[in-house]
Design a protein around this ligand. Structure first.
Ligand code: HEM
Length: 415
């Protein structure tokens, strides 16, 4: 057994990260069609439609995701870039949760900044933002990302073949976040296994928070225990355990599944286009635009939702107070009003922000960490695996899933 396998059980990684497994099933993991042609015709017919994105796409089964199922509210979906962008920027009319966050309630993703609005959201976000700015990317890479990436490559480098989606991409984000929490590598997979049971995660995290309050280190939990947030009246207070726990659960939920799938989508897109992969290998400055373009062209989470706070006329549709507006990021990112040949994966496009990381006040807090993980991960594969290509004898990767999209599998050979 290699040294890697002593600390990271790759078979267990495979078991815990399967796009078609139970973890993703309720978000439409079994969806195998290409939704983009339908989204294009919806966008051509009107910028905003009544109904949920999956119903409008012809998926009859009930799916769960942000803003769903909410059976007692009217549902609308925006497909044009201008409409999606406007909803994202207007946090007053389009709130990110149906009710106020209960900071004294149980630790939960719904009690984190993701669900806060206005001034309170600004205060909480400002507290953690400094650990997530571009200038901090080196801190994440040096402390956690690089080590994980090379550990994973060590496990298959001498075998001449690998399945990159699960054996490589899946574990990087979860090990990065658990590393930043100070959770040892041997226990990191327990956190993934317990992801649906917050209490089990907190049993692992609780003692670490207590210890960092006594003896801070160079990690994210230490930043959180030392940070002070100002209440509405200006009184400063340290974050409570509950606040830290809710934030930690948010980071695990928001940051582990997303980057895994987006890195797989980027790799699959490049491997399916050997001339583009060769160009990126030749000129590493192309890797960043290749990643950015994959987030535009095939965002792993193609929809997030907002709750309408007052009756509003919106792109020709009357949205009643209390309705849910689904923002179809996937459709917006291929709007020909903003991008030429939007269905093409083109790494040479002039840079232009897409909505893959959302927009407005709730724009993804972890986007620079996600980019650092993908750049470091794909860069290391290109450095270490000569002649990396899709396995010609295996089924080629396909993109599947509805509200969480990713590659089926990425079988490669090298050497
Ligand atoms: C490619 C990977 C990723 C994608 C595509 C992505 C996408 C998004 C999107 C679309 C939102 C906005 C949600 C909304 O509109 O309601 C969001 C929010 C968020 N993301 Fe990410 N994300 C990624 C990686 C990460 C990572 C690695 C982290 C943490 C380390 C993270 C942490 C967060 C947090 C905390 C929020 C909520 C921010 C707030 O409410 O102010 N994300 N992400």
């Amino acid at each position: 057994m290699s040294p890697t396998r002593d600390v990271l059980d790759v078979d267990r990684v495979r078991e815990l990260f399967d796009l078609r497994g139970s973890f993703v099933a309720q978000a439409g993991g079994g969806y195998e069609d290409d939704p983009y042609p339908i989204w294009r015709s919806l966008r051509e017919r009107a910028p905003v439609h009544e109904g949920t994105v999956h119903e409008l796409t012809g998926v009859d089964e009930p799916l769960l995701f942000h803003g769903l199922p909410e059976p007692d509210r009217p549902h609308f979906s925006a497909f044009a870039h201008a409409a999606c962008d406007r909803a994202y920027r207007d946090g007053e009319v389009f709130a990110s949760s149906p009710e106020a966050v209960d900071l004294d309630g149980a630790p939960a993703v719904t009690n984190s900044m993701l669900s806060m609005g206005g001034e309170r959201h600004r205060r909480y976000r400002a507290l953690v933002q400094p650990s997530f700015v571009p200038a901090k990317a080196r801190w994440w890479i040096r402390n956690w990302i690089e080590r994980t990436v090379h550990l994973l490559i060590d496990a298959f480098a001498d075998q001449g073949r690998a399945e990159l989606n699960v054996d490589f991409c899946a574990a990087i984000p979860v090990l990065t976040i658990t590393g930043a929490f100070g959770i040892p590598l041997e226990r990191a997979l327990d956190v993934r296994a317990a992801a649906r049971r917050p209490q089990d995660v907190l049993r692992i995290l609780g003692p670490i928070v207590a210890e960092r309050r006594e003896r801070p280190r160079d990690d994210l939990i230490s930043v959180l225990v030392e940070a002070e947030v100002k209440d509405a009246d200006g009184t400063p207070h340290r974050l409570t355990d509950t606040e830290i726990h809710s934030f930690a659960l948010l980071l695990l939920a928001a940051g582990s599944g997303t980057t895994w799938k987006q890195m797989g989508i980027t790799l699959a897109a490049l491997l399916q286009r050997p001339h583009v992969l060769a160009a990126v290998r030749e000129d590493r400055a192309l890797l960043r635009p290749a990643i950015e373009e994959s987030t535009r062209w095939q965002p792993t989470d193609p929809m997030f939702s907002r709750w309408v706070t007052r009756d509003t006329d919106f792109f020709g549709v009357r949205l009643p107070k209390g309705a849910v507006l689904h923002i179809s990021i996937g459709a917006a990112n291929r709007d020909p009003a903003r991008w030429e040949n939007p269905d093409e994966y083109d790494v040479h496009r002039p840079p232009k922000a897409s909505l893959a990381f959302g927009g407005g006040p709730h724009i993804c807090l972890g986007m620079h960490v996600a980019r650092a993980e993908m750049l470091t991960g794909i860069g290391a594969l290109l450095d270490r695996l000569p002649n990396l290509r899709l396995d010609p004898d295996a089924e080629p990767p396909r993109f599947i899933g509805f509200y969480e999209r990713g590659a089926t599998a990425i079988p490669v050979v090298f050497g």
